[in-house]
Design a protein around this ligand. Structure first.
Ligand SMILES: Cc1cc2nc3c(=O)[nH]c(=O)nc-3n(C[C@H](O)[C@H](O)[C@H](O)COP(=O)(O)OP(=O)(O)OC[C@H]3O[C@@H](n4cnc5c(N)ncnc54)[C@H](O)[C@@H]3O)c2cc1C
Ligand code: SF4
Length: 444
């Protein structure tokens, strides 16, 4: 099928993210085959149950072992259209790899993410050179769906819809597709070029992409509801939350995801030489990521300040361990109190011990506030219910909102989970739309 590919603004080639190397490089063919042959192909495999997308992991590993790489990739994409990026960004230690039975046998668990990366990357590379397609889209069925946002949730949904002959049109406020895969995920896991290459593959069967269009500002959701047979909302989360403490407003204080976005995509960002000490506030994965990224970029003193104890941190233990390898230190039981400045310049962060009640100053040049992101789905339509935490309310089976034509998925319904959850929501919403039109999705 020959369709016009959507184009987007080229990536600048002087991004700070290019200074990072791949933390888990791709397997060679020999490494992949040896690893695949270690799998026990368990009956009732716990790794499948631990995968939010429910990928048939032993089946795709078996196909690698028998040399059927294309079949292996089909098994992966059938359940997870974001199989390329999730192979690299999934927190496998707490999902499939953490559940692998080999852990109980005191053996190294199967490196499932790296096998997934091998199968998907090899196949897409082969597909780009050959005259076959991994999935062939069906003829148009006369249904049209608008998708809001071009992050993992909407990209997965659109990719499933076009395979069934649905016209899918994505409205994205940024210049490029990819969502947080492009702008947020740590550059030692996935860089922007790889995120865009995956988006291009997902859009290849005729998904239309309208960049620079913000729904709710440039076009109203109500208008889309009138024009299309169904809508999928995949807008993710909003801007970084602020602490609301004295001294916070002004230069030298960054939001966690905002600073990561600069490191990944902004050619004007360069870490100044005089930034010797940074205090990162928060205990989640974004706080850990930015702390590690700054340490890797050369900041000699990076401290994370968390209000509770390490055992209560929402961030993953393996990610904290990774940051500690680069010298990041964690200070516990501290409540943010004030940013101390000398004129405009940040000189310290004041925090109060939750144990002693004593306030101390931690000298620093920058403060990064990584305590979560605001929800921004609320303004989209009055007809769509939002819970007390600002998440869009959906039927957990279909991802349909209270509005009969509107579905939603990803961070805007779960408050911020992983790429694999967003991809699964996109898939389930696509299947539910198709079923509502009496079409049985082939990949279900
Ligand atoms: C710093 C950081 C690091 C992370 N690291 C990992 C990781 O290592 N592994 C992992 O699995 N997950 C990670 N995550 C989480 C993961 O990135 C998200 O769960 C996932 O991207 C959610 O996908 P989504 O499609 O719901 O939203 P997003 O990826 O946020 O995409 C939403 C898209 O919608 C667009 N949009 C928003 N509003 C509008 C509008 N009104 N009109 C048009 N377009 C709009 C946005 O511009 C964006 O492109 C990380 C998150 C952050 C913040
Ligand atoms: S649990 Fe481990 S050994 Fe068993 S099928 Fe899954 S990856 Fe293979």
């Amino acid at each position: 099928m020959s369709v016009e590919q959507p184009a987007w603004k080229a990536l600048p080639d002087d991004r700070a993210e290019l200074q990072f190397s791949d933390a888990k490089p791709a397997f060679s063919e020999a490494e992949a085959i040896i690893e695949a042959n270690r799998c026990l192909y368990c009956y009732d495999a716990p790794c499948i149950k631990a995968c939010p997308a429910g990928i048939d992991i032993p089946a795709f590993i078996k196909k690698i072992a028998t040399g059927n790489i294309r079949g292996s990739a089909r098994t992966i994409f059938k359940s997870n259209m974001l199989g390329v990026s999730t192979a690299r960004v999934c927190p496998v230690d707490v999902l499939c790899v953490g559940a692998c039975v080999l852990n109980d046998l005191n053996e190294q668990p199967i490196r499932i993410g790296r096998l997934q990366r091998y199968a998907t990357a090899e196949t897409l590379e082969a597909e780009s050179r050959a005259d076959w397609e991994l999935f062939t889209p069906k003829a148009a069925i006369g249904k049209r769906v608008a998708l809001v946002g071009a992050g993992p949730a909407a990209l997965a949904c659109a990719a499933h819809l076009v395979l069934e002959g649905v016209t899918a049109v994505i409205y994205e406020k940024d210049d490029r597709p990819g969502g947080l895969n492009l702008t947020g995920v740590a550059p030692y896991k996935l860089q922007s070029e790889a995120a865009l290459a995956e988006a291009k593959w997902l859009l290849r069967n005729g998904v239309q992409l309208k960049t620079g269009v913000e729904v709710g500002r440039d076009i109203e959701l109500e208008q889309l509801i009138k024009q299309y047979d169904a809508i999928f909302i995949g807008v993710g989360l909003g801007t970084d939350k602020a602490l609301g403490i004295p001294g916070e407003d002004g230069p030298g204080v960054w939001g966690g995801s905002g600073l990561i976005r600069k490191i990944k995509n902004d050619p004007s960002f360069e870490l100044p030489d005089d930034i010797q000490a940074v205090v990162v506030i928060g205990g989640g994965n974004t706080a850990i990521d930015i702390a590690r990224e700054l340490a890797m970029l050369g900041v000699p003193d990076v401290k994370m300040l968390y209000r509770r104890t390490v055992g209560e941190m929402p961030g993953y233990g393996h990610e904290l361990q990774g940051a500690r390898k680069y010298g990041v230190r964690l200070l516990e039981r501290l409540t943010p109190t004030a940013v101390i400045r000398d004129g405009d310049r940040v000189t310290a962060f004041r925090a109060t011990s939750t144990v002693s009640g004593v306030a101390s100053d931690y000298p620093c040049d920058w403060v990064v506030v990584a305590i979560g992101q605001e929800k921004h789905a609320v303004h989209l339509a009055e007809a769509i219910e939002v819970d007390e935490k600002g998440r869009l309310v959906v039927d957990p089976r279909t991802r349909r909102t209270g509005h009969a034509k509107v579905y939603a998925g990803g961070d805007c319904i779960n408050g911020g989970q992983e790429v694999v959850n967003a991809a699964t929501d996109g898939r389930e919403a696509a299947f539910a739309m198709l079923r509502s039109w009496d079409i049985a999705p082939e990949l279900a």
